[in-house]
Design a protein around this ligand. Sequence first.
Ligand code: GLP
Length: 225
Amino acid sequence: MKIIIENDYTSLSQKAAEEISAAIKARPDLVLGLASGKTPVGLYEILSQKCQKGEINFSKVSTFNLDELVIAPDDPKSYRSYMQKKLFSKININPKNINFPPIEPGKFKEFENKIIDLGGIDLQILGIGVNGHIGFNEPGSSFASKTRIVELKNDTLVLRKAATMGIATIMRAKKIILLASGAKKAQIIFKALKGPITTDVPASILQEHPDCMVILDEEAAVLLT
Ligand code: GLP
């Protein structure tokens, strides 16, 4: 694991954007795994600006998002709507090259096979939940899990469902960049990076990935230093 500690959220976002830009320059038809949540918002803003300035070309890039809520794809709360708003509407990506985990059962194998047919995910961006989840792989998820539907409890304790890449799906990515920002992530970052590898902390499996970069800001890294 390569751990990079940036001063703040802005420089964390900048560093992640540089990594993605370099990867697209090296391979214009990059297969890029993307995450939603608050953490990558700054990254997506910088990528949008770089694309608008002609510094990155997404025309041949394919994307696979990590997770999606089981709601209508055009619902404003869907992760597809989030990605459209924060990134896809602002870059020159071909809509045909955008992929989300299917929310209908029976389509998961097709999604996994599509990743394999494109040669695998070259670079996967990840966030981390305060309980160590990656995607919607909550504590207890098998390290062998593939893309599937999981049940989740949202803030109002209403049971909702989501589709997520599995932990095995994520671990097959050739390179992974995990992003974490802010003091509320400090404890889980310490556990995931320095603690035992256990399904109680799904992100701890990243310690075994051959090419995983962790980009943190100082607040998220405070227990490591
Ligand atoms: C969410 C998503 C993850 C995301 C994580 C962290 O629930 N399922 O894909 O990475 O939690 O979110 P945030 O970046 O908002 O802290």
